[in-house]
Design a protein around this ligand. Structure first.
Ligand code: SF4
Length: 255
């Protein structure tokens, strides 16, 4: 049975030890989170006025990449079907007069709950007499369609297994290891923080006769980092629900 232990957890990042599984399952979860958990992003932009030094296309591109707070409970996603491209549309306006910087916090959405995750994301710099007047829409979408919708980054590696074959010879690993996994005790090398090892193999390359490092094929350290649109925990929960739905669907089709 799969065994999960939380190593570290906050709003932006969760680190887990997942045991008794395989890389196919972990990679499926990774792809579900990065490619199928929906978030909001600006999709269509109409320029009423742009007298800034930037082309319309450049400003539209910058607006598209603004991370937006997404409250998935607000949208009736299940009814419309998870995984569909467009779930909802939200209009916004952006008006600014120079001189001064235009930041993402100045984008005003019809739904006041929708805001830029990082309010000081710079959109443009206006000189005296330059203006911006923009209207447009944000939509819910998924990373599979465009990476701007991806809610974060998920990466994993096998649970490290370090074997110190020659503790008196391998002392150089203390200096080589960038993660400070080792320490010296009575001139012998010992592992002090195994979980910090990310299998970079720097110690093995330096001292191939003295140290052996391997990543497990059934136990993994999994890291889930949010870009800010959703909490890391929400990303995992939604992806698991989605995977369950897909498996149910698959089961029905098989029958
Ligand atoms: S594999 Fe890399 S991180 Fe792990 S112990 Fe060796 S040097 Fe350190």
């Amino acid at each position: 049975m799969v065994d999960i232990k939380v190593l570290d957890k906050n709003k932006e990042k969760i680190s887990l030890i997942v045991k008794n599984t395989n890389s196919v399952f972990i990679n499926t979860l990774r792809r579900m989170i990065m490619e199928e958990v929906p978030t909001l992003a600006i999709e269509d932009v109409k320029f009423i006025e742009n007298s800034s030094a930037l082309y319309d296309e450049m400003i539209a591109h910058r607006l598209g990449l603004v991370a937006l707070k997404t409250d998935l409970k607000s949208y009736d996603i299940k009814k419309k079907g998870k995984g569909s491209k467009v779930f909802t549309e939200l209009t916004f306006k952006l008006k600014a007069k120079g001189p001064g910087n235009v930041y993402a916090e100045e984008i005003k959405f019809k739904d006041p709950k929708v805001k830029a995750v990082y309010p000081k994301t710079l959109i443009a710099k206006l000189l005296k007499g330059q203006n911006l007047n923009i209207e447009g829409t944000a939509i819910l979408g998924i990373g599979k369609d465009h990476t701007k919708f991806s809610p974060g980054l998920v990466y994993f590696h096998g649970y490290p297994n370090i074997e110190i074959i020659k503790p008196m010879v391998a002392t150089g690993a203390v200096k080589v290891c960038p993660k400070h996994v080792f320490r010296l005790a009575n001139k012998k090398l010992e592992v002090v923080d195994l979980l910090k090892c990310d299998l970079c193999m720097a110690c093995v390359n330096e001292l191939p006769e003295a140290i052996k490092v391997e990543g497990s094929k059934k136990d993994f350290i999994v890291n889930i980092e949010s870009w800010g649109q959703l909490k890391a925990k929400e990303m995992v929960q939604y992806a698991i629900e989605l995977l369950n739905d897909k498996l149910d669907e698959f089961g029905k089709l098989i029958k």
